[in-house]
Design a protein. Structure first.
Length: 451
């Protein structure tokens, strides 16, 4: 029987091209900044090894995660999968981790945006620029998901084109002696320490799941979007990281928020008009990810509010634009607070920590649902099951151990927040309510049955 859309139903307008753009756009800022902090703890070769390990983790994870996304096309992503597999507490842990992942990726990217502008125009303060971008993209995301996704396609194509141009400019100047200078200053412990920064190359690609309720023909388009996006990002990540490491002393680029413009400046000179032009269009990659993380984070807030885990008002959908406007605004407020209190590297670590916990919960959910619900419709099956999800689970656990070991204070903040969320959850009696199953069934019927 066809179900009628409810006031909390999102509009389905996205196709595979939009999903590719969202997947790549969510992540592509990771190729522009953030990863270079990994050089500081591992050196060039050490960080290359860490990146290859993380690339394997993401390949196995995305092929496994796509099974969940197409089986349960819900805006809550890992929150919905974990609830279905492990109940209210599983949903809470996964939802909390996903919120930290996306809501803190947003201010990290905003700070980099401000830093790029400051590089171009030193009179413009980085923090004020970051706050300004926050307001502009909150308004854009409220305006409509199709409009937002169309913008994502345009800006992502420009960002990919610029990274290809970057590799073309610096490639002829690559010298292996530069890349191999001090290649593993901290040995294998450095590789271990660099894993969180390698995650930044791919972090947030899982955000495609957050728009699953807004996808036309999700069973076909979601796998296409994920797989094409991952292939694009893998090529760009390895190309940018390896070539950049061979043009100068990498130590000079390991602790700044704008490594690519600085690298171009080494090749062409800081006074070159091409250097300034590159830095200007470099904003496209950061804007693409900034826009994408706001989109994904707001959908996570919306899904958790709709299910009763957050204030119900956040689940309201704007009648005109059919977007969860209060969730977009709430995510923007979190970004404002983080911008005023944290540094880029600290915010990145917290965001990565949230992502890794979410990956763990998702892979555990995949194994449990295979056993608990063998009859569940699975339009896309994880290849080489159970090997792929097992590899993703193991490497995610390895990343979690690395983050906690090298960032005890930040990890304490993350887990203290989780403990507080659990206590509030129990005090309000939410763990006794079966609030999610009806929503899962309803949304799946709406998506598969049509509007």
């Amino acid at each position: 029987m066809m179900m009628k859309p409810t006031p909390e139903t999102l509009k389905r307008t996205l196709k595979s091209l939009h999903l590719w753009a969202i997947a790549v756009g969510l992540v592509i800022s990771g190729e522009y900044f953030g990863w270079n902090y990994g050089w500081g703890v591992a050196g060039t070769v050490g960080f290359l090894i860490a990146t290859l390990i993380i690339t394997v983790m993401y390949v196995t994870f995305i092929f496994s995660y796509t099974e969940l996304t197409t089986s349960i096309p819900h805006a809550g992503g890992a929150f919905a999968y974990s609830y279905r597999a492990m109940g209210p507490f599983g949903g809470l842990v996964a939802g909390y981790a996903t919120l930290v992942d996306f809501l803190l990726a947003t201010p990290a990217i905003a700070l980099a945006l401000g830093s790029y502008l400051h590089f171009l125009y030193p009179s413009i303060p980085a923090l004020q620029s970051a706050l300004f971008f926050n307001v502009v993209f909150i308004l854009l995301n409220i305006s409509g998901v199709k409009e937002s996704a169309t913008f994502s396609v345009f800006i992502t194509i420009l960002a990919v084109g610029e990274l290809l141009l970057f590799m073309g400019i610096i490639g002829p100047h690559f010298e292996m002696t530069n890349f191999m200078h001090d290649p593993m200053p901290f040995g294998w412990t450095g590789v271990f320490a660099a894993l969180p920064f390698a995650v930044w190359f791919y972090l947030a690609i899982e955000g495609v799941a957050m728009v699953a309720e807004e996808v036309k023909d999700p069973e076909k388009n979601i796998p296409k979007g994920y797989i094409s996006g991952l292939a694009t990002l893998t090529f760009l990540a390895l190309g940018v990281m390896i070539l950049t490491g061979g043009i100068t002393d990498w130590h000079k680029l390991s602790n700044i928020d704008y490594p690519l413009p600085e690298a171009i400046a080494v090749v062409l000179g800081k006074g070159s008009s091409l250097t300034k032009l590159f830095a200007s269009i470099g904003l496209f990659g950061l804007i693409a990810s900034f826009h994408g993380t706001i989109l994904a984070g707001s959908r996570q807030l919306f899904a958790m509010a709709r299910s009763g885990y957050l204030p119900r008002g956040l689940a309201k959908v704007n009648h005109r634009f059919k977007t969860p406007h209060w969730s977009v605004v709430a995510g923007g407020l979190v970004s404002f607070i983080a911008l005023l209190t944290g540094t880029t590297s600290q915010v990145i670590i917290l965001s990565v920590l949230g992502a890794v916990v979410m990956y763990l919960m998702s892979m555990v959910s995949l194994f449990l649902l295979r056993r608990q619900e063998p009859a569940l419709k699975r339009p896309f099956l994880a290849p080489f099951y159970p090997v792929f999800p097992a590899i993703a689970l193991f490497l995610s656990a390895l990343c979690l151990i690395a983050i906690v070991y090298y960032n005890l204070m930040l990890s304490g903040v993350f887990f203290a927040g989780l403990l507080l969320a659990v206590l509030v959850f129990m005090l309000k009696g939410k763990h006794k309510e079966k609030i999610m199953n009806d929503v899962l069934l309803e949304q799946s019927a709406l998506i598969r049955g049509g509007e």
